[in-house]
Design a protein around this ligand. Structure first.
Ligand SMILES: [Mg+2]
Length: 336
C-alpha cells in the first residue's frame, strides 16, 4: 500500500501511535499532536532550538553502490540524531521535537511507519528519553524530505559556545570520529553489503544511524567546558570553525589521531584508504569537540586529542597537527 492510497487522517492514525513514547513522555510537552499547534513548557525561561532537513539524493540515497537499501528507520533515526546532536553541542538536553515529512505518492505506507519507528528509537536508545514528538506535518512532494526541529533546555545553566576556547585549554573529543566516513566509503564501494564482516557492517550502520554521545554535552557544560560544537562536517573543518570563533589555534596530537584511526584500519585496508583521512575529514559521526581549562581532567566520555594555542602574527586561527597546518578535507554541502 502506498501513502497515496490513504487519507492524511488515516496515515496519521498509523504514525501517531509509533511516536507515542508512553513511559518516556516528555514533561515539557503540555499539549501534543491533535490540535492546530502544540504547546511546550519552557521551565528556565529560555529554549535551545535547532532545525535540520534531510533530502533524498542530497543527504541520503535510497540505494547504494554496494546493494544496501536505506530504510525509513535509517532516515528517521538520522533525522532525530543529527538534531539531538546540535542541542547536545550547546550543553543542553532535548525536550521536544516537531517533524515535517514530505513523501512522493508512491512511498509505501510501511516506509513512513518505519521512519516514525526510527525517530522514536533514536530518541530512546541515544538517551534523549526526556524528549518527545510534540507535533508535525505530512505532505506530498517529488522526493522524500524530512525536517526536524528540536527544542532543548539548559536547566538553568549557561550554554557552551564555539567562541570560548582559551590558550592552554585541553582539546578533547567525545564519541567517534571517522566511522561514518568509513561507512560512506563502504556504501559507495563495490563490496556488496552481504560480503562485509560485522566490524565493517557496524561502520556502514553508523553512517546510516549515527550515535551522538548525548550524555556528554550537558556533562561537558557542568564540568566547565570553555567551548564546544558537534562534528558534523569533519574534525578539521568543524575544528576550524571553533578556532575562528575563539580566535585560537587547535593543535592536534598525531598520536591521538592514530589512536582514533586504529579501529578503522580493517575498512581502510579493504578499500585502500588512509583511515586518518576519515578521522580528520569525515563528518556525520556527531561526536563532540570541546575545550576544557588547562590542567583539568576531562570528564568521562572525553579523550584529550590536543591543545589550544594562541594565534600570532604567523599563526592564523585554524587547526594544526603537531604545529603543521591541517588541510580542510571535510564534507562541504556547497562543494562540487
Ligand atoms: Mg552542529
Amino acid at each position: 500500500m502506498t501513502v497515496a492510497q490513504l487519507s492524511e487522517a488515516e496515515l496519521l492514525a498509523r504514525i501517531f501511535p509509533r511516536l507515542e513514547l508512553s513511559a518516556l513522555h516528555s514533561a515539557a510537552v503540555v499539549l501534543g499532536p491533535g490540535d492546530d499547534a502544540a504547546i511546550v513548557a519552557v521551565p528556565d525561561g529560555r529554549t535551545v532550538i535547532s532545525i535540520d532537513t534531510q533530502v533524498q539524493d542530497q543527504d541520503f540515497r535510497l540505494e547504494w553502490n554496494n546493494g544496501y537499501r536505506t530504510t525509513g528507520y535509517d532516515v528517521g533515526w538520522k533525522a532525530a540524531a543529527q538534531n539531538l546532536s546540535d542541542i547536545n553541542a550547546m550543553g543542553a538536553s532535548a525536550t521536544s521535537m516537531v517533524v515535517s515529512l514530505t513523501m512522493p505518492p508512491d512511498t509505501p505506507v510501511g516506509w513512513a511507519e518505519d521512519l516514525a519507528d526510527g525517530l522514536t528509537a533514536a530518541i530512546s536508545k541515544l538517551g534523549a528519553g526526556a524528549c518527545s514528538v510534540a507535533g508535525g506535518d505530512l505532505g506530498r512532494g517529488r522526493e522524500l524530505s524530512v525536517t526536524v526541529a528540536v527544542l532543548g533546555t539548559l536547566d538553568g545553566g549557561q550554554p557552551v559556545l564555539r567562541s570560548g576556547a582559551q590558550e592552554g585549554d585541553t582539546l578533547a573529543i567525545a564519541g567517534r570520529a571517522g566511522w561514518a566516513a568509513a561507512g560512506l566509503a563502504l556504501l559507495e564501494s563495490g563490496h556488496h553489503v552481504s560480503s562485509l564482516p560485522p566490524e565493517l557492517l557496524s561502520m556502514l550502520e553508523l553512517q546510516c544511524r549515527p550515535e551522538p554521545p548525548l550524555e556528554a554535552g550537558p556533562l561537558a557544560r557542568m564540568s566547565g567546558a570553555t567551548a564546544m560544537m558537534d562534528i558534523s562536517d569533519g574534525l578539521v573543518r568543524d575544528g576550524t570553525r571553533l578556532a575562528v570563533a575563539s580566535h585560537v589555534v587547535l593543535d592536534l596530537d598525531p598520536g591521538q589521531l592514530g589512536r582514533l584511526a586504529e579501529p578503522l584500519r580493517p575498512a581502510a585496508t579493504l578499500l585502500g584508504a588512509d583511515p586518518r583521512a576519515w578521522v580528520l575529514g569525515g563528518g556525520e559521526d556527531h561526536g563532540l569537540l570541546a575545550t576544557f581549562p588547562a590542567g583539568m581532567q576531562v570528564p568521562p566520555g572525553f579523550t584529550g586529542i590536543g591543545s589550544v594555542q594562541a594565534c600570532g602574527a604567523d599563526k592564523a586561527p585554524g587547526v594544526t597537527i603537531a604545529g603543521r597546518p591541517a588541510d580542510s578535507v571535510g564534507w562541504d554541502h556547497f562543494a562540487d
